[in-house]
Design a protein. Structure first.
Length: 156
């Protein structure tokens, strides 16, 4: 049994890259895994591969920057796996251009997109969970919640 046995973790942007590695690390510790990604094939593949750790998995296709898509994805995953204990906000947008070639507009779009994806995911999670020990967790103070949870923010 791993440290996270009995916990449910959702990884946004989990269909490849860093998200895939996060899913593997959480599954290796025994967490049941929900994978949310815009790429349905990638999310399905990563979720299926995580089953090698003996955990339950679910996946959903969604752009978590779109509130309706995010809510539908999380509802689907919680319907299969139960309440979420760990949320890893890995989804974001980026560009492959060299930094020196980026325009202010491109940078602003990237920052806005990443911020809204994190916000929508955390907002959804806040409706579903309550932090039982707020002194040991980082929490948005104005959010009403229902049980203990952890939120992990992945950033580069």
């Amino acid at each position: 049994m791993g440290k996270l046995s009995g916990k449910v973790a959702v990884v946004t942007g989990g269909g490849g890259g860093i998200g895939r590695a996060i899913v593997d690390a959480l599954a290796a510790e025994g967490a049941d895994i929900g994978v949310v990604d815009k790429n349905a094939d990638g999310a399905d593949s990563v979720a299926t591969e995580a089953q090698r750790f003996g955990v339950r998995t679910s996946f959903a296709q969604a752009d978590v920057g779109d509130e309706a898509q995010a809510r539908a994805a999380f509802s689907s995953i919680t319907g299969t796996l139960g309440d979420v204990d760990i949320l890893c906000n890995n989804a974001g947008i980026g560009t492959s251009s060299p930094f020196s070639d980026l325009s202010v507009g491109t940078q602003a779009k990237t920052c806005k997109g990443c911020s809204s994806r994190r916000f929508v995911s955390i907002q959804w999670k806040a409706y579903r969970v309550q932090v039982a020990q707020p002194a040991s967790h980082h929490v948005v103070p104005t959010v009403h919640v229902h049980r203990r949870a952890d939120v992990i923010r992945a950033s580069i």
